[in-house]
Design a binder for this molecule. Sequence first.
Ligand code: BG6
Ligand code: MG
Length: 217
Amino acid sequence: MKAIRACIFDLDGVIVDTASHHFVAWRRLADELGIPFSAEDNEALKGVSRVDSLEYILNKGGLILDAGTKVRLMDRKNTHYLELAGATTPADALPGVVKLIDELKEEGIKVALGSSSKNAEMILTRLSLIDRFDVLVDGNHITLSKPDPEVFVMGAKALELAPEHCLVFEDAQSGIDAANAGGFSVIGIGRADALKGSAAVIPGFDGMTWEGIKALL
Ligand code: BG6
Ligand code: MG
């Protein structure tokens, strides 16, 4: 195994529990459209961009809409999302994540964000974490949604590191697939039975040290 010189964190569901806000906001939009939206649908949409998520829901409901209507629906979902996520405070960072990031900085390991969300900077700012990141790649920079590796490949380029020197943390199957497709090591955050293809799955960062994480690789 090559030495890890940087960690690339997904945002939603890894640094903060905004994944649940995306779920509630998409379900609200789906309800408004009369399209059923289950927890399994939500699982499939984790890590997936706003536009691809809308296409998934419209496809499920058999709805064909013009481009202008789709933009209005995406804005509506984002308004629903911001009603919930707009109230994020530093106390909402998931247990152990800030401690780990601080430890990484002390160890000289670079810290990057690799998120599909266009709201990522706002959320990191609200968490008071934005200054701790050496590199930010989010939904405003990428053209291809996870499971395409673009977001992580851009992150590695900005870090000036080869993918094998970067470790990705992901809570979504699409993100784990993206990391593997790009040649990155990846640790899943969540339930081991739901996340396939990662070096290891941990429930979260609570109580985890950098030494402990490296031992999982
Ligand atoms: C990902 C989330 O991080 O970002 C998805 O897992 C979300 O649920 C996607 O749809 C896009 O987010 P946003 O904030 O640009 O709508
Ligand atoms: Mg996520």
